[in-house]
Design a protein around this ligand. Structure first.
Ligand SMILES: *Cc1c(COP(=O)(O)O)cnc(C)c1O
Length: 404
């Protein structure tokens, strides 16, 4: 294999448990496995998270949800023992039948979406479909606007015997910002919306909001305590009880944004990166001082060097911003626990690293492109982006069952 991702099941389960502990026993932690588990391989990660105790998994669409169901079954987890699966972003008419078939729970915010579900439920012999309604408290991406639009939707859904509003949720736009006025405003809108939900006579079991940073940003913020209080209030009024939940993605995989504005990260430092992206040396050569390396000759050897050629490049998700000229240091990889600098341009399928001074480097040797010693945060800093985009961008085969 030319390049591949090894997933540490131990670290993934450990991160999940750490997050669940930080959330507290009363608040569930939904494990997001969308985007192929942020590039880690959903088929590998979903069963690990289910076994670590996740009651809920989150995916982006119905196709991902179906694939996760299949992976869970393939891992020997019976349907009855599988977590619930929340389909978080967008439901089209043709998806409604698959929602029922795979026992998924869709996030909805448009009346049409619910009409398609009602229609599909009718065709499936009158099943009752659980849905979670998203409230748009300030992201302006998806969700129903609080106020008249929400009230009209609630009034309509109440009359639908084929639908059961099992959850109500929102998403925060600035959860990694300490003392964010936007988060405060969003919380207030969500509280008002929950008031309208209860007043309409609905009894949601799940009240959920936010992401990894919502949980991590606890320096005086108390997002989770707020959510827990809100769920308790909803439960008391509806008389059936309600449970709070926070939806974590990136933190499961060992990364989290730094809290902006002097706040505290609660769990970030204890998280462990789950992905090790590896490749193997396909060539070793010596160059003399004065020789140029790679496209456009942006790197000129200043002394005799030993270079190793790696079969990985930007087509695989290794960012071109990690290229190095003589004037600008770029990225690095790890060979036998030592840093080896990238030299010249990262190209589509090939990258050159400086292995001068590392004895006996040979064709076939394993190289860590991303993992211990070179993190997604390192790649993100050089590429001017966030760790999310780095891990999601890795295009490599996934190896399962790596325990380390
Ligand atoms: C992706 C996603 C999350 C998880 O976000 P992270 O920042 O990765 O923790 C939570 N909620 C929703 C609705 C999402 O789409």
């Amino acid at each position: 294999m030319k390049n591949w991702v090894e997933v540490s099941e131990r670290r993934l389960a450990g991160n999940y448990r750490l997050l669940q502990e930080a959330a507290g026993a009363e608040t569930a932690v939904l494990a997001v496995v969308k985007a192929n588990a942020y590039g880690h391989g959903a088929a590998v990660c979903a069963p690990v998270l289910a076994r670590a105790g996740a009651e809920w998994l989150g995916v982006t669409d119905v196709a991902e949800g179906a694939a996760v169901r299949e992976a869970l079954a393939g891992a020997g987890i019976s349907r009855g023992e599988q977590p619930e699966i929340l389909v978080m972003s967008g439901l089209l008419r043709e998806d409604a039948g698959d929602v029922i078939r795979h026992g998924l729970t869709p996030v909805v915010w448009l009346r049409e979406q619910m009409e398609w579900l009602v229609e599909a439920a009718g065709q499936s012999g009158g099943v009752v479909m659980p849905v979670h309604v998203e409230i748009d408290t300030g992201m302006a991406r998806q969700g129903v606007a609080p106020g008249e639009e929400l009230e009209a939707l609630l009034g309509w859904v109440k009359g639908q015997t084929a639908l059961r509003v099992d959850g109500v949720m929102t998403h925060f736009a600035s959860s990694e910002v300490a003392g964010s006025a936007q988060t405060v405003a969003q919380r207030k809108r969500f509280e008002e919306a929950m008031g309208a939900v209860v007043a309409a006579g609905l009894r949601p079991v799940w009240v959920h909001a936010g992401n990894s940073s919502t949980l991590d940003n606890q320096g005086g913020e108390g997002n989770v305590a707020w959510l827990r209080g809100l769920a308790a209030g909803v439960g008391a009024k509806s008389g059936v009880g309600a449970k709070s939940m926070v939806r974590t993605g990136i933190a499961l995989y060992g990364y989290c944004l730094p809290i902006e504005g002097g706040g505290l990260n609660t769990v970030r430092r204890e998280l462990q990166p789950v992905m090790t992206w590896k490749t193997r040396v396909i060539g070793v050569r010596e160059v003399e001082a004065g020789e140029t390396v790679g496209y456009n000759g942006i790197f000129v050897a200043e002394r005799a060097m030993q270079l190793a050629l790696l079969p990985v490049g930007y087509a695989d998700g290794l960012r071109r911003e990690l290229s190095a000229s003589n004037a600008r240091l770029g990225g690095w990889a790890m060979v036998r626990g030592q840093r080896v600098a990238i030299v010249g341009r990262v190209s589509m399928n090939l990258t050159v690293v400086d292995v001068s001074g590392i004895a006996d480097v040979a064709v076939g040797d394993e190289v860590v492109v991303l993992g211990d010693g070179v993190t997604a945060d390192d790649h993100a800093r050089l590429a001017g982006t966030i760790a999310y985009e780095i891990v999601c961008g890795v295009q490599a085969a996934h190896r399962c069952g790596i325990a380390g």
